[in-house]
Write a protein that binds this ligand. Structure first.
Ligand code: UD1
Length: 339
């Protein structure tokens, strides 16, 4: 059985990926500092798969802690790196912390991969590297643009670091550029647990519907889009988790075309903020309280993925619809409110 280290494995995408990896027959070791998640995620994963993952509480941005993890786990064959700070707004207030944490973690991991001859890493990147594209849908070889935030910049810099480190160190990497992950596992046992007031659309919608927030503000309805609101490519987190398993399989099947590969992980469909609200109202049966507000600084107008390359090369395609995403997010919010 191959052992995969999942960093940030108790978080939103990490938990769903740990489940998918275990279900594919991988042995999963989870590392997380629990700065934005909870150790009971490990129980929840076990509840779904029946398999207990080993959990290590560790701050991978600290050189010594990271070193110790790799010294005490000599069976790791691949790494999926989710560990990072991820709040766009916060990153503008604390840029140094974001660079130190997000890039420090990656560098510490790479250093130990080299030392222990671990060859494979799947890294969590983002469509934010593209900025506002001139041409849609966006392909992997489209130029990246100057980032709007330190968070986005850490995603770009991480790809650059991977580009150069994979040229000399016998390391192969895949950067998955996620579009907008939403939804939750069908079991209702794992999902997104945002700290404090959510920044992202979907948790804000479900928290408003459940009564935790008074109203959702739609950030601008005067954009040059059909209904005036911004368009994004929302992807179900279960489909996204599956993409990580397929990427990891690709290493072991020796299918890589180069030492660093990039893939768009989206559905290829763009939906506006109002369309997401409409889908949510339909699947939940709840009329959402929302108001139209001013534009949010830094928002791009519209983006959606060209998914052809991922389909052809990875043999992966997102399966779930927007309605399945909004329904599962809602089921998860209801589950949370029972506690
Ligand atoms: C952001 C980041 C992206 C990151 C993602 C998930 C950028 C440009 N994008 O995406 O890299 O992967 O978060 O963490 O930095 N909206 C509202 N009201 C709200 C919240 C959101 O109208 O209360 C709208 C936004 O204006 C946007 C859409 O909903 O049009 C989606 O927003 P959000 O969920 O925050 O994701 P992004 O900004 O697209």
């Amino acid at each position: 059985m191959r052992t995969i280290l999942v960093t940030g494995g108790t978080g939103f995408i990490g938990t769903h990926t740990a489940v998918a990896l275990q279900q594919k027959g991988y042995n999963v070791v989870i590392a997380d500092n629990l700065s934005n998640s909870n150790e009971d995620s490990v129980d929840r994963i076990e509840k779904i798969t029946g398999i207990r993952a080993e959990f290590i509480k560790v701050d991978l941005s600290k050189e010594l802690e990271c070193k110790l993890l790799f010294e005490t786990h000599n069976n790791i064959e691949g790494i999926i790196n989710f560990a990072a700070f991820k709040a766009v707004g916060e990153s503008c207030e604390k840029p140094i912390e974001y660079y130190k944490n997000n890039l420090g973690i990656l560098l510490n991991i790479l250093e130990n991969m080299k030392k222990h001859n671990i060859k494979y890493i799947v890294h969590s990147s983002s469509c934010t590297v593209y900025g506002q594209p001139d041409k849609l849908p966006i392909k992997e070889d489209s130029p990246t643009q100057f980032a709007e935030s330190p968070y986005g910049n850490t995603k770009q810099m991480a790809e650059d670091i991977l580009h150069f480190t994979t040229q000399t160190n016998n390391i192969k990497a895949i950067a998955l550029r996620y579009f907008n992950p939403i939804g939750a596992h069908d079991s209702g046992i794992i999902g997104e647990l945002p700290n404090g007031i959510p920044n992202n659309l979907m948790p804000f919608i479900t928290q408003t519907a459940i009564g935790k927030r008074k109203a959702l503000t739609v950030f601008g309805n005067d954009y040059p889009t059909p209904d005036g609101t911004c368009i994004r490519d929302y992807i179900h987190v279960v489909d996204l988790a599956e993409a990580h398993v397929v990427a990891m399989d690709r290493f072991f099947e020796n299918k890589n075309k180069s030492n660093l590969e990039y893939f768009n992980i989206g559905t290829g469909n763009g939906f506006s903020v109002l369309e997401v609200i409409k889908s949510f109202e339909k699947t939940s049966g709840i009329k959402l309280n929302y108001v139209i507000g001013p534009r949010r600084a830094g928002d791009i107008i519209q983006i959606w993925a060209d998914t052809q390359y991922a389909e052809k090369e990875l043999g992966w395609k997102a399966k779930k619809t927007l309605d399945q995403m909004t329904l599962s997010s809602w089921n998860w919010e209801k589950e949370l409110s029972k506690k």
